[in-house]
Design a protein around this ligand. Structure first.
Ligand code: URA
Length: 443
């Protein structure tokens, strides 16, 4: 087989055979196909697409390019959850805790944040003592004892995707439905779960900016799941504003704790309970409840202490410190600035990605993978889209950790505050309401 012929086939719009796709992925992984030929094929895929069979084969081959988790030790249906990312996305600990209260077993492999969407690893790492790097050999014991385990993703999961993603990033070939869908699904399949609930975010703070684009990607991932024997449900959620009340690591974990005490922001509660309900359903633990009743039962458990009990169990099992006052953190957020409305009206729109970048500028995220995060940094969102504001009202608050060098750097804080303010559009008219959960596909 010859890579040039494969490139030409796709360049002329022909579907690739399973053997051609396997040859490509193997050659990418063992580096026998040089980057320029891999990039040429990626561009041909961007331009001419892939059918469902090709997408599924590409996904399975990438999943098989490295280690594949065997979760048979769980002895029950395992359900994974994945989010395409966003600002203030603290849903993972919530859905793990709620679904665990129904007896759902979860092995959650998760990533560090890069760019403006915070990583779940960093959020959990903000809890003092919490060990996020759990050796695989300890998964069975932890799942048996606590029903769940969360760990930083192993580097060997879908290495072909890692190589291809790095190439896509520098060759203008990231945005492509088959490439995005197969990239995400390859890591999920290698993770080993039987069923997957995808949180496909949409809007200014999401990877996919429009509902239509999000729906197409969700559809593609559901089809890949169907063809590879996994059950997949996609929940399309709003990211045209940050999720909940805070972004930043300590701030978000504190928000998780407050939500589990029954004081959650309505959007966080809506997204968490919908995703948890579908995890419970896919795991076969829904006991004949309708989707509506199941979501309502998830809401009850979120506020009556049952989900909190599971969360505390998880935190303690992995060494995290918690006392009567709540979680003990590795950093302390200090409020450094109140961003105020320059005029009266309604918050009409929010450039959510801009707020994400501002949070990174405060220290809450990484620009390069070796950057050190300030776990105490972040933003508190006081006004959301549609909120009425009067001139001078606080729209949001900026935080840095108590040891941050930005504490004495007023100039930088003011320039971040200015950028934050420019992310908000205030208007005399109220925007149309967008629900936090926009659609559920594949249920
Ligand atoms: N996230 C991924 O993991 N892969 C993509 O291609 C896009 C987003």
């Amino acid at each position: 087989m010859n890579i040039v012929d494969i490139i030409l086939d796709k360049r002329y719009g022909r579907a690739l055979t399973d053997e051609q796709i396997a040859f490509f992925v193997k050659g990418v992984t063992d580096r026998s196909i040089p980057d320029y030929q891999a990039s040429a094929l990626l561009m041909a895929i961007v331009l001419n697409g892939m059918n469902e069979r090709e997408m599924t084969t590409l996904t399975l081959e990438m999943a098989a390019s490295g280690e594949q988790n065997d979760l048979s030790f769980v002895g029950d249906v395992t359900v994974d959850k994945h989010s395409t990312g966003g600002v203030g996305d603290k849903i993972t600990p919530l859905v793990m805790s709620i679904s665990s209260s129904f007896g759902v077993k979860t092995v959650k492999l998760t990533g560090r944040g890069l760019g403006f969407t915070g990583g779940t690893v960093d959020k959990f790492s903000s809890v003092e003592g919490f060990n996020i790097d759990i050796p695989k050999a300890d998964f069975p014991r932890l799942v048996n004892e606590n029903g769940m385990v969360i760990s930083g993703q192993t580097p060997d999961l879908a290495p072909a995707d890692k190589i291809l993603y790095a190439l896509r990033d520098v060759t203008g070939t990231v945005r492509s439905i088959p490439l995005i869908a197969s990239s995400i699904m390859s890591k999920k399949l290698a993770g080993g779960a039987d069923a997957i609930v995808l949180d496909v975010t949409t809007g200014s703070g999401a990877f996919m900016k429009t509902f239509e684009e999000s729906r197409q990607i969700a559809d593609a991932m559901i089809k890949i799941g169907e063809r590879s024997g996994r059950k997949v449900v996609a929940v399309i959620t709003d990211m045209d504003q940050p999720l909940g009340r805070y972004c930043g690591n300590v701030l978000e974990m504190q928000e998780v704790y407050d939500t589990l005490k029954g004081k959650g922001a309505p959007d966080v509660v809506a997204v968490a309970t919908t995703i948890a309900a579908h995890m419970v359903k896919l795991a076969g633990k829904a006991e004949g409840l309708s989707d509506e009743d199941l979501i309502s039962e998830c809401k009850t458990r979120l506020s009556d202490g049952r989900a909190m009990a599971e969360f505390i169990k998880l935190i303690k099992a992995q060494g995290g410190h918690v006392n009567d006052d709540g979680l003990v953190f590795n950093a302390e957020p200090v409020e450094v600035y109140e961003v105020k409305a320059p005029e009266s009206g309604f918050i009409f729109s929010i450039k959510t990605n801009e707020l994400g970048h501002c949070s990174v500028a405060l220290g809450a995220g990484r620009v390069t993978k070796d950057d050190v995060i300030d776990l105490g940094a972040g933003i508190g969102f006081r006004k959301k889209r549609g909120s009425p504001v009067r001139e001078g009202d606080v729209i949001c608050k900026l935080y840095v950790g108590k040891d941050s060098k930005l504490l004495s750097d007023t100039k930088t804080i003011e320039s971040i505050a200015d950028r934050v303010l420019r992310a908000y559009e205030i208007s005399t008219s109220k925007p149309l309401e967008i629900r936090p959960v926009i659609d559920v596909l594949g249920a």
